[in-house]
Design a binder for this molecule. Structure first.
Ligand SMILES: Cc1cc2nc3c(=O)[nH]c(=O)nc-3n(C[C@H](O)[C@H](O)[C@H](O)COP(=O)(O)O)c2cc1C
Length: 147
């Protein structure tokens, strides 16, 4: 399968999740591209991929604000060509905030509205990959099984 992982990350936490997932999915025999949202173009983003994973941290206080690079991409999400494709969301966050990993909900709702096939409930991680290897690897394995 051809898998795309797009992430928006300010301090590297969500990036560490994306990279670890990419390595694990690759090790399972799939082709994976890991793409920083800062380098992504919305138009046709998902074209040619069988599955897409979106990762993004949140930066609001009263309401969820998507990480800025991802937010720029999100403004053009209607053109990403995700209809009928398998998709899932993940995020790094801080559970002391009201909307822990709130980007998972915001992006997931949009993907559903765009007709994506949600493969798995969104993954919410406190901090980076290093302290959450078991949870992240288990979630990634469920994604691999659903490819
Ligand atoms: C002003 C501010 C607002 C934040 N808002 C949230 C939030 O709403 N939900 C959450 O889970 N984390 C929130 N965080 C924490 C970051 O999202 C968290 O540190 C995350 O791990 C950063 O990931 P990144 O390095 O991939 O950008 C906030 C942090 C700051 C400084």
């Amino acid at each position: 399968m051809n898998v795309l992982i797009v992430y928006g990350s300010e301090t590297g936490n969500t990036e560490s999740l994306a990279e670890s997932m990419g390595e694990r999915i690759r090790a399972a025999g799939h082709s994976v591209k890991v793409l920083n949202a800062a380098d992504a173009v919305a138009e046709g983003l998902c074209s040619g991929y069988d599955a897409v994973l979106f990762g993004c941290s949140a930066w609001g206080t009263d309401e969820v604000e998507l990480q800025s690079d991802f937010n720029t991409l999100f403004e053009e999400f209607d053109s990403i060509d995700v209809k009928g494709k398998k998709a899932a969301c993940f995020a790094s966050g801080d559970s002391s905030f009201e909307h822990f990993c709130g980007a998972v909900d915001v992006i997931g709702e949009k993907l559903t509205a765009l007709g994506a096939v949600i493969m798995e409930d969104g993954l919410r991680v406190e901090g980076d990959y290093s302290g959450n290897k078991e949870d992240v690897d288990a979630w990634t394995d469920r994604i691999i099984a659903a490819l």
